[in-house]
Design a binder for this molecule. Structure first.
Ligand SMILES: Cc1ncc(COP(=O)(O)O)c(C=O)c1O
Length: 398
């Protein structure tokens, strides 16, 4: 047994950066509501479908074949080639396998990117609302997040989030080293226009900043196009851009923990060194499953996107009918970020909605300091669940 005081001297001795790692606001609601019978969980950023069999079978075959040894830190050649093929098809330009490094999910790619671009005391700009891990990822290495609020044209469903480039430019100071751009965005669904990406790139070039580009929801767009605008459309080979990618969302592989970092080939050795001293690589059998996802996962991904589109329509229509909720309709990703009129404490409302509607949502306070009337709902789920969840939410919010 530990006494109540046990360990207090240890927490004062640990590094300040480690202690500063914030607790996730999403975890708090998750812990509050977890295990309640009949709860519809729309709080996390994942869908309800398990990984398809053609992917898991590739992994099982690899395990059965004894591929259980240490693996090259940057990824097996077959993995890097499969990513290059996938990227070349998607972006209509030639990608060399030498640009890609296998990581433990998007989160690890992000961590490597941060370690490559930033150190203690450096500042990085994050347009907010933002996925909280950008801030946390910087904080643990002693870098300082400067969040710059995004603009919102109006609160109606025809409104649009946009990058306030002048505010971003004004936030650049002598310590700024990087800008994080996540498009399509978690949580808002904002999807950068080509002009917005060009403006960020111009600013980054002017000040010699790194861009950390998180384009993991790049194919989850709802305007009929095959993908969102990307920095790949506007960049030159030598631009300072580090791309974060993952298998988690496209192919329902959140629990696998596999993704990739994309960078100029001249940086790959450095990325691999950082991998050596963190995870020392990703299991070969997981990479085999990932190759199957890249090579044969197109129709599954199309199905997921179609489902998300239907899901988005269901929740947007239902919540607008309350008259108490406002939002800009999501252009991409699979979240509805909405404001509850008159609300002052998003954590309290998220808990109330668990108690009264048995629906789990994420509080806006997890994504921005001052967003306390906002909630995030993940609509990557089957229509029946979303119809039921919306009906319960409408009743509880009315
Ligand atoms: C914007 C964004 N980037 C990166 C990630 C990380 O993905 P992974 O689960 O592969 O670590 C997420 C997951 O929610 C995300 O929303």
């Amino acid at each position: 047994m530990f006494s109540a005081q046990s360990g207090t001297h240890l927490t004062t001795d640990i590094r300040a950066e480690a202690l500063a790692a914030p607790k996730s606001g999403i975890t708090e609601v998750f812990t509050y509501g977890w295990g309640r019978p009949g709860l519809i969980p729309l709080w996390a950023g994942e869908g309800d479908m398990p990984t398809p069999a053609f992917i898991t079978e590739a992994t099982t075959r690899s395990l059965a074949a004894g591929e259980t040894f240490y693996t090259p830190g940057r990824g097996i050649p077959e993995f890097r080639s499969a990513v290059a093929r996938y990227m070349s098809n998607l972006y209509g330009q030639e990608f060399a396998p030498e640009r890609f490094v296998c990581t433990i999910g998007g989160m690890h790619a992000l961590q490597i990117a941060f370690r490559m671009a930033l150190g203690a005391g450096d500042e990085f700009i994050v347009p907010s609302p933002a996925w909280p891990n950008f801030l946390g990822c910087g904080n643990v290495i002693g870098a300082v997040a400067v969040d710059v609020p995004m603009g919102l044209t109006n609160d109606g469903p025809n409104g649009r989030w946009f990058l306030d480039i002048e505010r971003i430019a004004a936030a650049v100071g002598p310590k700024t080293r990087a800008i994080v751009i996540n498009s399509p965005s978690n949580p808002t669904g904002w999807t950068a226009t080509r002009a917005e990406l060009e403006a960020v790139l111009a600013l980054a070039r002017k000040h010699g900043l790194w861009i950390i580009a998180d384009e993991i929801y790049g194919q989850f767009v709802f305007d009929g196009s095959a993908r969102a605008p990307s920095f790949h459309d506007v960049m030159d080979e030598d631009d300072r851009i580090l791309f974060v990618q993952t298998f988690s969302k496209n192919w329902a592989m959140t629990g696998w923990r596999i993704g990739w970092l994309e960078c100029h080939p001249s940086l790959v050795q450095t990325a691999e060194n950082l991998i050596q001293y963190s995870s020392s690589g990703v299991a070969t059998f997981l990479q085999r499953g990932a190759v199957a996802a890249l090579d044969h996962g197109d129709s599954f991904l199309k199905h997921q996107i179609e489902r998300a589109k239907i899901g988005g329509d269901i929740v947007c229509k239902a919540l607008s009918s309350t008259g108490r909720v406002s939002f800009a309709r999501p252009e991409g990703a699979f979240y509805l970020y909405f404001k509850v009129e008159g609300a002052k404490d998003s954590m309290a409302i998220a808990k109330r909605l668990i108690d009264e509607a048995n629906v789990g949502l994420a509080p806006g306070s997890a994504f921005a300091k001052s967003e306390d009337a906002w909630l995030r709902l993940c609509f990557a789920r089957k229509a029946d669940d979303l119809v039921e969840a919306s009906a319960r939410l409408v009743k509880a919010l009315a």
